[in-house]
Design a protein around this ligand. Structure first.
Ligand code: AMP
Ligand code: TRP
Length: 333
């Protein structure tokens, strides 16, 4: 049986990078796997969040999943805290068999904690253990994530292995990472060397999943470029990060290779390429952003969909957690 678990934090400003780099891949996988797509609000609070904004962003991510084509009838879509007891309980058990040495190697913790490590919270430190619990709680076999989550996933495999070894049972399947390559890494429209990011202060740097058609087109027309023509070969994009990024976005949005895109646009200037890219981006993205706005206009319906997803999640997770507790030797009365 092939089962997928993946998640995204509800921290606002979903953008084209999140779509091309994550959600779009999930859409393709839902036909071949039983899928659990979570909105990991318990992970989000490992850094400070405004409560009202957290609630809003949770619905926004749910709407983005659905508007992008993740089918809530086919997949379980829910927020983590709706099953928070189950996730937290398994995280506790797994935390007892996770050596500090493993956690100390996590580069994301080092980056987020910075120099003031004594000020960092236990939650931030334990973040990867909760992530392991998310995955193992559903006996997920495959986990599609971006490159940046690879280390956390390897830790989840190690933790699963530690549990199985300690109790002498093959209870948790070791989850396989499905890493989306750098090919789908979308860079900022203002700086080809920086990742398109929800935390970039410039709204012009990203195409938000809440932007309308005019907004999308305008941002592409204003995107930073260089004065050269587009090259006919990929090698010609070397040292031209902005050009490479726009070509990459064109390729991703049209499901073509960059080489193929350059065959068509090589030798042409941005005066010709940008309008074509703007048209393409609007054609692909505006049905999604439009559907998102439509869904967000009815928050109660989003909440109902999430509640159904949580029910489905619980029906799989509860028996797995119960069995885990039995294996550990917790008395069940
Ligand atoms: P984040 O926005 O960092 O919480 O990431 C959520 C998901 O979107 C992760 O799977 C990331 O790998 C993916 N992602 C975020 N930014 C980008 C980007 N600029 N290009 C491609 N994928 C991205
Ligand atoms: N840490 C992941 C990220 O920031 C989100 C996440 C939490 C996750 N739990 C997960 C991803 C379980 C995959 C599986 O992108």
């Amino acid at each position: 049986m092939k089962r997928i678990f993946s998640g995204m934090q509800p921290t606002g400003n979903l953008h084209l990078g999140n779509y091309l780099g994550a959600v779009r891949n999930w859409v393709a996988l839902q036909h071949d796997y039983e899928c659990y797509f979570c909105i990991v609000d318990m992970h989000a609070i490992t850094v400070r969040q405004d409560p009202a904004e957290l609630t809003r962003a949770t619905r926004e991510v749910a709407a983005a999943y659905i508007a992008s084509g993740v089918d809530p009838e086919r997949c379980a879509i829910f927020n983590q805290s709706a099953l928070g007891g189950l996730h937290a309980e398994l995280a506790w058990i797994l935390g007892t068999m996770t050596p500090l040495g493993w956690l100390n190697r996590m580069t994301q913790f080092k980056e987020k904690a910075g120099k003031r490590r004594d000020q960092a919270s236990l939650g931030l430190y334990g973040y990867p253990v909760l992530m392991a619990a998310d995955i193992l709680l559903y006996h997920a076999t495959h986990v599609p994530v971006g490159e940046d989550q690879k280390q956390h996933l390897e830790l989840a495999r190690d933790i699963a292995g530690a549990f199985n070894a300690q109790y002498g049972q093959d209870y948790f399947p070791l989850p396989e990472p499905q890493i989306f390559g750098a090919a789908t890494r979308v860079m900022s429209l203002r700086d080809g060397a920086a990742k398109m990011s929800k935390s970039d202060p410039s709204d012009q740097s990203r195409i938000n999943l809440t932007d309308d058609a005019d907004g999308i087109a305008l941002k592409i027309k204003r995107a930073k470029t260089d004065p050269e023509m587009l090259p006919t070969e990929i090698a010609g994009l070397e040292g031209r990060p902005e050009a490479a990024n726009l070509v990459g976005i064109y390729a991703a949005l049209s499901d073509r290779t960059k080489a193929d895109v350059l065959q068509e646009f090589g030798g042409k200037g941005f005066g010709q390429f940008k309008p074509a890219l703007a048209d393409l981006a609007v054609a692909v993205m505006s049905p999604i952003t439009g559907e998102m706005r439509r869904l967000l206009a009815d928050p109660a319906e989003i909440d109902r969909k999430l509640a159904r997803g949580a029910d489905r999640g619980r029906s799989v997770a509860q028996p797995i957690l119960n069995r885990t507790k039995e294996i550990v030797g917790f008395l069940q009365t």
